[in-house]
Every structure is written in structure tokens, then in C-alpha cells.
Design a binder for this molecule. Structure first.
Ligand SMILES: Nc1ncnc2c1ncn2[C@@H]1O[C@H](COP(=O)(O)OP(=O)(O)OP(=O)(O)O)[C@@H](O)[C@H]1O
Ligand SMILES: [Mg+2]
Length: 277
């Protein structure tokens, strides 16, 4: 973990916020030390890898308030692979962003390995996301100026810092290249996102999400732009990572066949989570 944010500062008014940040980073350290149970226990928030409790989220558009999540309770155990389904606009991406600490709920709590994470300072959230979470966004969010390979390397550069990255760059480049080969993009390493098809961008985003060897993968429609065969291949790959590397996966999808490949499915209906199967 990068502790550079805790480097000594002389400004006395910053000491309180530094203590707060230290406390939060200690929470991240606690997450790092804790061990996962070998057997997943279903629907037990106390044993959950990540959980949402009583989460509310509304968006404000001018005078209009759009309630999206209305008290969501959701928990996923270590090693589980859960699909989230629901109508367009039901709040699937919103929930995923809240779990990934990319957005803040109006009320409720998010816990990761028993530690509350939704109230961490933004630097601690950055560390958490970089080290433990892999995210596949619905609209990829690849950086347009960078090549496919460079896009996949970005989390390593952020996580290691420029010097750390530079010293071990061969290792990082090898890992990123292997991941791109795994998703069938070994021949597109130097292409920029605008030179890739939708499905290729999606696969590059999958490789980027996996490069830091995360504990939890938050995947928003990871097969949404793939044809049936490529979608099934991506699902096989995710299943394999889930089974062989114990990668916990929360995946949003609108495709019932794809959802059927997860361990269980939950549905977002009228701002609440319902169990499907
Ligand atoms: N930044 C925002 N400002 C205002 N409203 C928003 C914002 N983001 C999302 N919404 C609204 O919140 C609701 C839930 O959006 P969300 O993206 O979570 O839905 P979704 O279930 O992921 O839909 P889809 O299946 O189409 O991706 C939608 O009605 C959307 O219009
Ligand atoms: Mg969405």
C-alpha cells in the first residue's frame, strides 16, 4: 500500500484530517490482514465480503428528485458470483458504483470485510479501489490517448507510483500483455480505443479490471456489447477466475442466459433488491 499520503507535514491544522486518514488507512490495512473463510455462507452480512445495508440513493435534476435506491440490503460472500438484473433505469449501475465507493449514498452503509468503507476519505477509497476492486464500467471509460496496453497498465502505474512502476515495468507489461492475450486482444496492443470495436473495448476494459489481481470484481454489463459466442467466452473466463482464483464477482446484466451462469441472481425492483434464484 502507498503510505506517501501520510508523509510528515508541518501545517498544524492538517493534523486532525491526517489522523482521520491514518485511521481510515488502518481500516484498509485491517481488510488486508483479514482472512477469508474457505466456505461461502449465503446471505450472511456478517460473513460478507461486501455488503450494502439500508442504502438509499436519489438523484436531483433541478427541482426534480429521482429516487433510485430505497433501502437496499445486499450481501455477497467471499468467492460468490452474483448477477444483478433489473429493468433499464432500475438502479443497477447506481448500486454497483456505490459498492465500488465511486459515488455516495444518501443513507445506509457499505462494508468490505467487516469494515465500513462508504465514509472513508477519498484517498483511502482510492487505495481500496486500486488494491482490492476491479471495475468494468458499462461504458468502458478507456483513456482515448492511450494504447490498449497502456490503458491496461494504468492501474499498476497508479498503484505503484511512477518510480515503483518503472522499476518493475517489465513484470507489469508482461502481466498486462498476458491478460490482453487472455481476452483475445494480443494483436491489438498498440491500438487506441477509437481503433477498436465495441466488443474489443469491452474486453480491454475487462483486462484492465483484472490487472491488479483484485479480490472483488464489479462488472457492469461485461458482455453487453459482445455477440453471443464472445459473451459466452467472457463468461467462461469470469467463471474460471471465480472458481480457480476465488475472485468474488458482482455482475450486472440484462441477459437472463448470462445471469444464469452466475451462482445466484438478484433483481432490482422499485428501488429494492429481490432474490431471484
Ligand atoms: N447523474 C445522474 N443524474 C440524474 N439522474 C441519474 C443520474 N444517474 C442515473 N440517473 C437516473 O437514475 C436511474 C438509475 O440509473 P442507472 O444507471 O443506475 O440504471 P441502470 O439500472 O443501470 O440502467 P441500464 O440498464 O439502462 O444501464 C435512471 O432513471 C437514471 O436516469
Ligand atoms: Mg446501467
Amino acid at each position: 500500500m502507498t503510505h506517501s499520503v501520510l508523509s510528515p507535514q508541518s501545517h498544524p491544522s492538517r493534523s486532525a484530517s491526517r489522523r482521520h486518514l491514518l485511521h481510515s488507512l488502518q481500516a484498509v490495512d485491517a481488510i488486508e490482514r483479514s482472512e477469508q473463510p474457505a466456505v461461502a455462507v449465503e446471505h450472511d452480512p456478517n460473513a460478507a465480503l461486501i455488503s450494502a445495508t439500508g442504502v438509499y440513493k436519489s438523484y436531483r435534476k433541478g427541482k426534480l428528485i429521482i429516487p433510485v435506491l430505497k433501502g437496499v440490503d445486499f450481501a455477497i460472500q467471499p468467492g460468490e458470483f452474483v448477477a444483478i438484473v433489473g429493468q433499464s433505469g432500475s438502479g443497477k449501475s447506481t448500486l454497483l458504483h456505490l459498492l465500488g465507493t465511486l459515488d455516495e449514498a444518501d443513507a445506509g452503509e457499505i462494508h468490505f470485510e467487516g469494515n465500513r468503507i462508504d465514509n472513508l476519505p477519498s484517498k483511502a477509497k482510492d487505495v481500496l479501489r486500486n488494491k482490492y476492486f476491479g471495475m468494468i464500467f458499462q461504458f468502458y471509460h478507456l483513456l482515448p490517448e492511450l494504447s490498449t496496453l497502456e490503458n491496461v497498465l494504468v492501474p499498476s502505474m497508479i498503484g505503484q507510483g511512477i518510480l515503483g512502476y518503472w522499476w518493475s515495468r517489465h513484470h507489469h507489461v508482461r502481466r498486462a500483455t498476458e491478460l490482453l492475450e487472455m481476452v483475445g486482444l494480443g494483436h491489438r496492443l498498440t491500438h487506441k480505443p477509437k481503433e477498436l470495436s465495441g466488443g474489443e473495448m469491452q474486453r480491454a476494459a475487462i483486462a484492465r479490471a483484472l490487472v491488479s489481481a483484485p479480490q472483488l470484481l464489479l462488472a457492469d454489463e461485461p458482455t453487453g456489447n459482445l455477440d453471443r459466442q464472445s459473451g459466452t467466452e467472457v463468461m467462461r473466463m469470469l467463471r474460471c477466475l471465480n472458481r480457480e482464483q476465488n475472485l468474488t464477482i458482482i455482475m450486472v446484466t440484462h441477459d437472463s442466459t448470462i445471469a444464469g451462469m452466475a451462482d445466484r441472481t438478484v433483481r432490482l425492483v422499485e428501488g429494492l433488491v429481490e432474490r431471484v434464484g
